[in-house]
Design a protein around this ligand. Sequence first.
Ligand code: UDP
Length: 334
Amino acid sequence: MGSQGVRENPREHVTRAVVTGGAGFVGSRLCEVLLDSGAEVVCLDSLLTGRTENLAAVRTHERFRFEQCDIAEGLSSRGVRAAVRPGVDLVLHLASPASPVDYLEHPLETLDAGSRGTRAALDLAQDQGARFVLASTSEVYGDPQVHPQDEGYWGNVSSVGPRSVYDESKRFGEALTAGYRRALGTDTGIVRIFNTYGPRMRERDGRVVPTFIRQALAGEPLTVAGDGSQTRSLCYVDDLVAALLAFARSGHPGSMNLGNPHELSVRRIADDVLAATGSASRIEHVERPTDDPGMRCPDIGLARAELGWEPQVSWQDGLARTVEWFRSRSRDAA
Ligand code: UDP
């Protein structure tokens, strides 16, 4: 039995998946891997922060369908109803601005994505008898007082600070998901995704890795917030996508941390980006954002035990692949 009283229902084969936020950095990679596994994939994305160019490799695939749609507005438009036919067995809810710069710029859309959007996606899963997976976040732990963070930790979160629009919307999404499981028996699962990086991050989405790479390649100073001693633990996107799919198939209810426990200070990330790019950029210290967590590192013992999953891509390899992707984009743009 699952920890919330609903029988775990492993689904080895996914036939038809709906991915909300499927045009994003993680979602688009997820769509590709699902297609490779033989599934039909319906990608829903408002394109607020997602980009259709992320779907270039799959757009014409016969088992792929994209509909521009804000999940928070529900799924009643004709195009979405036509795309989301009966037989969906997996709903992956990733739709939300996810970078601090994005959610501070779109606070109300972020709250809607976690609340009304999660509810619409849960209703879809419930109606279709599908498994539902909520992409939650390490931000549910806020500025943690426990290190590393395991799933039993309840967090240290401001309900009114600038980051609260993201943190609390994801926390509400978790509560809603747990509520559907308890009240309606929906086959739900929650994963808490820690910092992830890789190709397809937007150059200006504000997150630390794409920002430093863009700055290094342009010969601009790398903007290290504060003294750079705050830490993050960075997972390469392909490792995360593998974990997400293993979790979806497992039937596990979560909440489960997914991330790479290899912890780095922001200053070290800057130095490694300088080395990987061969850039002569200097470091410029800028003000730390309000509520910026001082440290973050996942305890992934549960994922190891339940999914047999372990990150495979080292920081050095993942960073090299990401730098190469940013370089090839600037070559294409030239
Ligand atoms: N950061 C930084 N310079 C930047 C962007 C981010 O020093 O140009 C820092 C940020 O203050 C935080 C860490 O890098 O301490 C990770 O920030 P990011 O926005 O990537 O993700 P978060 O984990 O805060 O959601």
